[in-house]
Design a protein around this ligand. Sequence first.
Ligand SMILES: CCCCCCCCCCCCC/C=C/C(=O)SCCNC(=O)CCNC(=O)[C@H](O)C(C)(C)COP(=O)(O)OP(=O)(O)OC[C@H]1O[C@@H](n2cnc3c(N)ncnc32)[C@H](O)[C@@H]1OP(=O)(O)O
Ligand SMILES: Cc1cc2nc3c(=O)[nH]c(=O)nc-3n(C[C@H](O)[C@H](O)[C@H](O)COP(=O)(O)OP(=O)(O)OC[C@H]3O[C@@H](n4cnc5c(N)ncnc54)[C@H](O)[C@@H]3O)c2cc1C
Length: 552
Amino acid sequence: MHPLQTLSCLWGGSVINLGTKKHRDKYFNGIDNVDYLGCFAMTELHHGSNVQGLQTVATFDPLTDEFIIDTPNDGAIKWWIGNAAVHGKFATVFAKLMLPTHDTKGGVTDMGVHAFIVPIRDMKTHKTLPGVEIHDCGHKVGLNGVDNGALRFRSVRIPRNNLLNRFGDVSRDGKYTSSLPSINKRFAATLGELVGGRVGLAYSSVGVLKIAVVIATRYSLLRQQFGPPKQPEVSILDYQSQQHKLMPMLASTYAFHFATLHLVEKYSEMKSSHDEELIGDVHALSAGLKAYITSYTQKSLSTCREACGGHGYAAVNRFGSLRNDHDIFQTFEGDNTVLLQQVAGLLLKQYREKFQGGPLTVTWNYLRQSMNSYLAQPNPVTSRWESEDHLRDPNFQLDAFRYRTSRLLQSVAIRLQKHSKTLGGFGAWNRCLNHLLTLAESHIESFILAKFIEAVKNCPDENSRAALKLVCDLYALDRIWNDIGTYRNVDYVAPNKAKAIHKLAEYLCFQVKNIARELVDAFDLPDYVTRAPIGAQTPSEAYSQYTQSVGF
Ligand SMILES: CCCCCCCCCCCCC/C=C/C(=O)SCCNC(=O)CCNC(=O)[C@H](O)C(C)(C)COP(=O)(O)OP(=O)(O)OC[C@H]1O[C@@H](n2cnc3c(N)ncnc32)[C@H](O)[C@@H]1OP(=O)(O)O
Ligand SMILES: Cc1cc2nc3c(=O)[nH]c(=O)nc-3n(C[C@H](O)[C@H](O)[C@H](O)COP(=O)(O)OP(=O)(O)OC[C@H]3O[C@@H](n4cnc5c(N)ncnc54)[C@H](O)[C@@H]3O)c2cc1C
């Protein structure tokens, strides 16, 4: 999807999902046929992550039945707004709704952040409208095809009808009504508009990871360097170090593929059902997967570039532009560190409800099982089991991941309770922040593994199932080895078992290497998508495409 289209989804989605029939009737066709190019103006110079801290105001004027949109200070200038600098005709502006209190002092009441449609350029002349000032945010590290702009509003008047009023409305006489019980619920509903973008970014990030893994793996099979004395040189993927760099990454790519397929399904289900519980579930899942996957992909892009040596540094082989364009996936649509805290918050909410007897929603019900079974002391016998059958048993693998999450959840809940007494909620949360982030990542890894195991089980073709099982085992054991300290600290894994896990993970890297070409070809990415000579589908063409690219 082209960034412009994605940005129009943000603008169009906000009008359709935060507005009501009158907005759909007035704007849908223009959005759909791209007459009404628009932008999603939430972020300000001083506030991006903290949406409740936004300062742009929309004050209702009962005399003229309008809202007055104002940027009260430079910190409130809308910043980074895609489609604003060149193309946008409208903006969905997120601002604090201010209602007159009708008292003698002429006061106003802050009703919280709401969304407003603000025309920013003339439909015919495309000139910036009166009271609107727009500048380009300038050259960026990447994604320079997107025209990110900064907008200042000086007493811009819009009709009352331009309030996107699905979750809160203002009558002609300035009375506020809402279908939702609290300002917090209205805020959550408004933020719900961000979920679609996070789903899209998680899914797109897997696409970027596939491209990088395809290029690096194909090149590593093709590239030969050194070999045994008096024998032909070997492919660099024969080196254990190269296998260790790329094969767990290939396994993670497959794991993320299945996890994001499930996320898209849950998102579509949520959009059609509007199920309250599902909304919270999908919010946390999209936040967690977007944060986890985009962080993993960004690190992997550098690993792939390095694994291809000097030719990985040639712009024509794309690692640079992919790395530069993808880098911001870790920040926009919600900064990853901030989003992981949403996951931790929801886990703690479920934990509290569970111990207060409340129901656990379907996606988290493993916590119910794990809370009871896993939190018993680890079994001193199984913690020493090291056979390949046991280590490659999906039940062991998933139990290990879920045990870790449960232990992290229980221990952070205890720490938060202890620190809150002296530091208060905010201080306690900050004191435990790294623990909370580890909990969130551990939960997301458990979710990803569960989906991968499910995909293996449901694979109809026997040979493909065997290949997927091999890749899934590598994913699981690599992840356990990656955090072996946690498992050792709680004696879930004895020293002998840790050694066996490490040894088996290295052996599985070697085995996956033997089918690596088939595994990357299975992503079915044509050369016009990977667009990197050294990763050409036909190995014999790779070097010739590359030499031709420089003019030979
Ligand atoms: C390389 C190839 C390229 C390919 C091409 C692809 C190009 C892709 C281009 C994509 C274009 C992207 C353009 C970018 C756009 C943007 O960046 S838009 C702006 C994004 N900004 C954000 O995401 C802001 C992040 N901040 C927040 O979401 C919130 O401020 C917060 C941090 C979540 C709120 O925190 P706080 O104020 O502390 O409130 P909480 O108590 O945490 O939350 C209140 C309740 O609301 C619930 N909630 C929060 N978010 C959501 C949500 N999204 N959906 C549903 N519910 C939500 C939260 O759970 C709380 O509920 P309760 O616990 O019940 O109170
Ligand atoms: C190319 C690009 C396109 C964009 N497009 C749009 C758009 O179209 N519309 C739009 O509204 N916005 C857009 N944005 C803005 C984007 O959404 C914000 O940059 C993002 O939400 C992060 O906010 P911030 O930049 O203010 O960072 P901050 O929130 O200031 O965060 C900075 C750092 O502080 C850390 N931090 C912040 N809060 C916490 C916390 N509570 N706990 C721990 N660490 C914390 C973060 O982890 C981060 O590393 C875009 C940005 C870019 C660069």
